[in-house]
Write a protein that binds this ligand. Structure first.
Ligand code: ADP
Ligand code: ADP
Length: 225
């Protein structure tokens, strides 16, 4: 079943001499439950694409449909709500709030959404992420891997249908990287989510169902593996 559709998507930054065409007429269809790796050289447009898929930025032209909703047709306020409910974002840097505990950091997006907390789901998430013993710790008391697992919890708390990850293992050693990717794979399968991940790591890319290579703002290849 198609979950996400991209039509003739382009994005340029700047004007005149300084204009950069970061994405050029991208077309893409992504199914529910797919794990997609996005690879390509630095500056090729990967982060720009991920941001546009997540409703974080605005395209210069073209459309992004999620569940047949044209997300950039939504009003700013509605898009913000849509994003919080449907999209989970994970970055290389964890951006945790230092004065909040693991559990409080994870619960933050649910609170922003005035959402009733499903205690059972929270407990399940803490266990899946192996954070149960750390739930009352502050970020400064955690390892890099634990901090990243907390940021994954924060991305998953609202049960998004799409999880977007921009180099989620970029700051971790190979052991922790492997763990994080395993965990992401397990949780997206468990909660039936679509995972789209930018990575420089070939070993990680090969674990995906599909690898999309971006070069100079276009899709150079799109392969099911
Ligand atoms: P990647 O994620 O593959 O490294 P990006 O999507 O970050 O690529 O960037 C694609 C191109 O767009 C690069 O040339 C980058 O310098 C440029 N770019 C990205 N974001 C901005 C921005 N906010 N303002 C101006 N140029 C940008
Ligand atoms: P990545 O590590 O994924 O390649 P970048 O370091 O290229 O990411 O970009 C990080 C952030 O900086 C992104 O939000 C992007 O939009 C912004 N950015 C990238 N290139 C530029 C640029 N030339 N000018 C302004 N902002 C940029």
């Amino acid at each position: 079943m198609e979950l996400l559709r991209v039509e003739n998507l382009s994005k340029s930054y700047g004007k005149g001499e300084a204009k950069v065409d970061a994405l050029k007429n991208i077309n893409l269809s992504i199914k529910k439950g797919e794990f997609i790796a996005i690879v390509g050289p630095s500056g090729s447009g990967k982060s720009t694409l991920l941001h546009l898929l997540g409703g974080v930025d605005k395209p210069t032209s073209g459309n992004v449909f999620i569940n047949d909703i044209n997300i950039y047709d939504l009003k700013e306020k509605d898009l913000a709500i849509f994003r919080r409910r449907n999209i989970g974002l994970i970055y290389q840097f964890y951006n945790l709030i230092p004065v909040l505990t693991v559990k409080e950091n994870i619960l933050l997006p649910a609170e922003l959404d005035n959402r009733e907390i499903d205690k059972e789901y929270l407990e399940d998430l803490l266990k899946t992420l192996d954070l149960k013993e750390r739930e009352n710790h502050l970020p400064s008391e955690l390892s890099g891997g634990q901090q990243q697992r907390t940021s994954i919890g924060r991305a998953l708390i609202n049960r998004p249908s799409i999880v977007l990850a921009d180099e989620p293992t970029g700051n971790l050693d190979s052991k922790n990287s492997k763990e994080i990717v395993e965990l992401l794979k397990v949780s997206v399968k468990k909660y039936n989510q679509t995972l789209i991940m930018i990575t420089h790591d070939t070993n990680i890319a090969l674990q995906a169902d599909r690898v999309i290579t971006i070069e100079d703002g276009i899709i150079k290849s799109d392969e099911v593996i």
